[in-house]
Structure formats: C-alpha cells, structure tokens
Design a protein around this ligand. Sequence first.
Ligand code: UT7
Length: 332
Amino acid sequence: MTTSCIIRGLGHCVPENRLTNADLERMCDTNDEWITTRTGIKERRIASEGETTVSLSHQAALMALDNAGMKAEDLTHILVATFTPDAYIPSAACMLADRLGIKGRTCMDISAACSGFLFALETARAYVCLHPEAKILVTATDVVSSRVDYSDRSICVLFGDGAGAAIITGAGADFPNGSGRVLDVMLATDGSAHDLLTVKGGGSGSPVKPGGIVSRDFFVQMNGREVYKYAVRAMSSICREMLEKHGLTNDEVDVFIPHQANLRIIDAVGTRLEMPTEKIFTNVHKYGNTSAASVIIALSEARQEGVIKDGNLVLLSTFGGGFTWGSALVRF
Ligand code: UT7
C-alpha cells in the first residue's frame, strides 16, 4: 500500500490590488509603526470585484498543472481548503472543476481555517493510499477580505487574500525532477478553544434573516493575545514532535515554512525551535495572513525563487481557528 505521496507541481496566485499600511492609516485608527512592530506586515493583496476563491484557485491550479506537466483532464480529485468559498452550495471544488472543464471527479471543500492546506494534504495522502493512481489537485485559498470589517483595526491590518495549489500523486516508483516527497503530516485540533477565533455570522448557529442586519459576528473576530500564545506553543511543539518522530535535528532541516500570520509569531516559534533565522522563509510582509493559502503560497514561492533546492528537507507548520494546527515534512 502507498504510504506517502508526491508533490509534482506547485502554484500560487495573489490579487494585483495592494493594500498598504499607508492605505489603512486612511481607513481606520492605525499607523504603519504599530502594524510593522506588532506584525511585520507592510502590505497585503486584496481581491477586486470578480476575484473570488474559485477564480484565484483556478489561476494557482493552472500554474501547478503546468509546473507538473499535466492537464486538467488528468485530475481525478479536487480538494479546496477554504473558509471563504464563493458559496455554501455548490462547493468551491465543484465550481473549480467546472472552470477547469472537467466532470465526474471527486471534488470537495475542506474547512480547517488557516491550517487548511495541511488538512487537505493529509486527505490527499489518504486518497492515494486508497487509489494509488489518483492525481489530486489541492488548492488552499481564502478571500479573507470578504469577511473582514475594515473599521475594526484589531483585525483588518492582519489579513490578505491569495491562493496556492499543489498536484499530489502516489509515491510510486517515478519521481519526476522538481517533485517533493511528502514524508509525513501531523495534525491536531482543540475544539475547546473554538470561541477565540471565529466567523460565526451566516452559519446555522447565527443565521442571517431576509432583510436582517449583518452584525459584527459576520466578520473575523479574534482574541489576538490568546491566539498568539496558543499558536506559538502549538506550532513549536508539533514541529518538535515531527522532528523527534523522524530522528531529525534542526541541522537537517534546510527550509522552515511556518504559517505566515505575523512576524512575531514566526520569530517566537523559530526561537523555541532554535531554528536559525536564515532557514525560515517569510513573505508575510507583502501578503499578510492569507489563511489557508499562507504556507502553500510560501512553499510555491520558495521553490520558484530557488530558496528550496533539489534534495532540501522542508518543514511546514500551520495554525488556525478551531483551533487547528499541524506540521509536514517534505523532501524535494
Ligand atoms: O492564523 C492565526 C491568526 N491570528 C493571528 O495571527 C493573531 C495573533 N495575535 C497577534 O498577532 C497579536 O495579538 C496582535 C497583532 C493581533 C495584537 O498585538 P498585541 O500586542 O497583542 O496588541 P493588543 O491586542 O494587546 O493591543 C495593544 C494596543 C491596544 O490599545 P490599548 O488598549 O493598549 O490602549 C489596542 O487597542 O494596541 C491597540 N491596537 C492598535 N493600535 C493601532 C490594536 N490594533 C491596533 C492597530 N493599530 N491596528
């Protein structure tokens, strides 16, 4: 039985439209100095009208397919990790299949907030165990701006929009140039912390009535301090567990890609893991927190820019609402 999987192609897409700290200074009571020192974010990309989770996923998917030397018709499954699908029905995955011009595949969305990519990757890993010939498109995409109240300064400075994609196949004999072997994925959740990071409005627990008012709970709400502390603890401990499980030390990790939520969280996790700064890939300064897309955009960029070289061992880690968190080890 196949026990692991291969990443054959990577892609990403962010909207053209930039929202800088200077722009935010004009929109709410904030300033560049506060945002930069607390988060490390300088700008983020925001979807324009017509840009949605499905359209961004589509662009990222085309890049990943091209990167893998594959066509959409080759795909057997589509998994979309998102908390901002275009609609509740149909799923973003079904809509993405239609954009790609394919039918009859297994398509579904996965909800794990900012940890979405690793939850989808683990699902793909399970699929290739069941169906060794599977060719799976995983996209992790969020248009967080659709659920951000731009008058709430504690939230609006943190998030941006974007999409990442990976083509996953079974770890059979062939390992095309440029591929990455997924050695392991570890996931965890703590539902008792569900109230610390939420988007409740519009769900069955907070239904919107016809003609009703969209209240604050329609937008991202968060206890930033508690999320910060939990995220640092959870990401560092699951990464440590992953390395110990595989008998690895920091020295053997070439590139560490943590969830791009905030530079202070990234630094704190790096310090706890005693990971040298030069091994930690960051792009949070230019995209902000893109939720599910965060680590897959970073992985795709790091590979495209040559930061990740053939033979490199990459450690990924995510954290999000739920709470959900995880880590993955990939050998390129
Ligand atoms: O995927 C996981 C997603 N979550 C995260 O990444 C968030 C994790 N949390 C954090 O990164 C930090 O908690 C924040 C960056 C969100 C906030 O930093 P903090 O050091 O925890 O600040 P705070 O919330 O304790 O607020 C400190 C002060 C407050 O003013 P007072 O009460 O001290 O007068 C806030 O009102 O900063 C004020 N403040 C702001 N000031 C200017 C909050 N947001 C802003 C802002 N601009 N945008």
